[in-house]
Design a binder for this molecule. Sequence first.
Ligand code: SME
Length: 162
Amino acid sequence: MFEATPITTASKCDLYRELASQARSLLHGETNLVANAANFSALVFHALPDISWCGFYFAEGDGLVVGPFQGRPACVRIARGRGVCGAAAQLRQTQLVPDVAAFPGHIYCDGAARSEIVVPLVRADGTLLGVWDVDSHSLARFEEEDRLGMEALCAQFMHVQA
Ligand code: SME
């Protein structure tokens, strides 16, 4: 049984470093996508303060379909290029959205959502696995350090999926 070490460090940078190390241990030796995605979501949801939802959308056909997540039930399918998730998938670039109301086409799965970060998950062969989406009820919850931290975490996740 995996026991997460309580995270007590103050700075975001340290927190993400510790979380990446916990993710490495948690995913080590397992390649099942659903198992790893479920555990990864649970790890992040319980470790990071002030997040309302985190989880995966996987590429399917032209669009995205929800995968393992933590939080309230979410929109199941997102059409190509739609919302913050669709933009991250299409542009293959992390989308850091301090105010979702100001993002044209943002999809409200939760009316209380205020800020969001979405990281594209690209396989070593260049194909898109999906995106990693994290939401908060606070405005501007995510900043540059979160982008770097989330991208490092996702790199850890993609490493075991390769
Ligand atoms: N807000 C996202 C949709 C997914 S939910 O936040 C879980 C978007 O605009 O793509």
